[in-house]
Design a protein around this ligand. Structure first.
Ligand code: SF4
Length: 359
């Protein structure tokens, strides 16, 4: 952490480091975050090196394309092979599914296009009225409202969405139920909380007795969130607190929540390598079923494989192994040629580890 101003001020970082050392009191403490952007901040600024040896800071399932089930990507690939225009975010295009990716299909002639959001895909649909245009929507609560809004705006009839949208709190539930994997505190994701509000994490914190602190994405945000978690632990409290007050409100973004409620219903969905998690995904409501690619198209039986032989993404996603423990890390699996989903995008734990090795 070399910068000397604002949220990267090394003097404040060292003051927080000392407070964290005192509060942790050499106790074994595991803090988990569920956000690829937090992992990027932590790795880029060497935050783990500032923590006492007794503490661990673990990356959980926080990368939207990493947790996108292979069957969702396989379905998108099938639609591309059927000759439809398939659109999605750049990272999503590169995610390896059972035996190929959308990017590889594009090299064989499929019409696969990178877009910045569902609105771009709608524009493509308007310009190509004779084609079916499918937007593959992967993401968490942060991305989902932008997709919901396009559904509510009455898109053209040749536009549909293949959803792979997930809800974060149920994945946190999964983590605390893993036997032998004690979680002492969660750093909750600032951008998810921008939508759902910090209050949304309160029932979880109280039910499981695990402090939750919503943090921003600067290094001092993360250190301060750790300090706040340690204070809750020291005082024997477990609730949801907000470090990211400059952006996140207690109640979240009510307009975005309303759009989500109108466009989607919550249901059980598969997470890559983790199986089906109850009430953890968004499904398009029946009123918009003509824009639901899952209902609009016929799909053949696809035997999808979430975790390819040798890949340890399912353990990386749960924070149970470090990416370097995967024998394929940096060898068969690199950012240029990712073998597993966690090596694809800038929110993937393996990709981040590869980028900031040695920091
Ligand atoms: S290094 Fe590659 S193969 Fe290994 S766990 Fe990560 S993404 Fe999977």
């Amino acid at each position: 952490m070399s910068e000397s101003t604002g949220f990267r001020d090394a003097r404040y970082a060292h003051a927080l480091k000392r407070e964290i050392e005192t509060l942790s009191n050499e106790k074994k403490i595991r803090i988990v975050h569920v956000c690829g952007t937090h992992e990027d901040t932590i790795s880029q600024h060497g935050i783990r090196s500032l923590l006492p040896e007794s503490m661990s800071l673990v990356a959980g399932p926080g990368c939207p394309v990493c947790v996108c089930a292979a069957e969702d990507v396989d379905m998108a690939i099938e639609l591309a092979r059927q000759g439809h225009i398939v659109t999605s975010f750049g990272d999503m295009i590169r995610v390896p599914a059972t035996d190929t990716s959308l990017a590889k299909e594009r090299t064989k002639g499929a019409d696969v296009r990178i877009v910045y959001g569902a609105n771009d895909a709608v524009e493509i649909a308007k310009k190509n009225p004779d084609k079916e245009v499918v937007f593959v929507g992967a993401g968490f609560e942060t991305t989902a409202p932008t997709i919901a809004i396009e559904l509510l705006r009455k898109p053209p009839s040749n536009f549909s969405i293949l959803t792979s949208l997930k809800v974060i709190p149920p994945a946190m539930e999964l983590l605390v139920k893993i036997e032998g994997f004690a979680v002492d505190g969660f750093i909750t994701p600032g951008h998810v909380a921008t939508i759902i509000g910090t209050e949304a994490f309160k029932p979880f914190a109280e039910k499981h007795g695990v402090p939750c602190v919503t943090a921003g994405f600067e290094p001092l945000d993360v250190l301060e969130a750790i300090r706040m978690i340690l204070i809750q632990i020291a005082e024997g409290r477990a609730t949801s607190e907000n470090e990211y007050t400059r952006v996140v409100r207690l109640e979240g973004n009510l307009a975005a929540q309303k759009a989500l409620e109108q466009a989607f219903r919550i249901g059980d969905v598969p997470w890559r390598g983790l199986g089906i998690i109850e009430s953890s995904g968004y499904f398009i409501r029946d009123e918009f079923s003509e824009h639901d690619a899952r209902k609009r198209f016929d799909f053949p039986e696809i035997e999808s494989i979430d975790i390819l032989p040798g890949c340890r993404c399912h353990e990386v996603i749960l924070g149970m192994v470090d990416p370097v423990e995967c024998p394929l890390f940096g060898k068969r699996c690199t950012p240029e040629d990712p073998y597993g989903p966690c090596m694809v995008g800038h929110e993937g734990t393996c990709r981040i580890r590869h980028e900031f090795q040695g920091i």
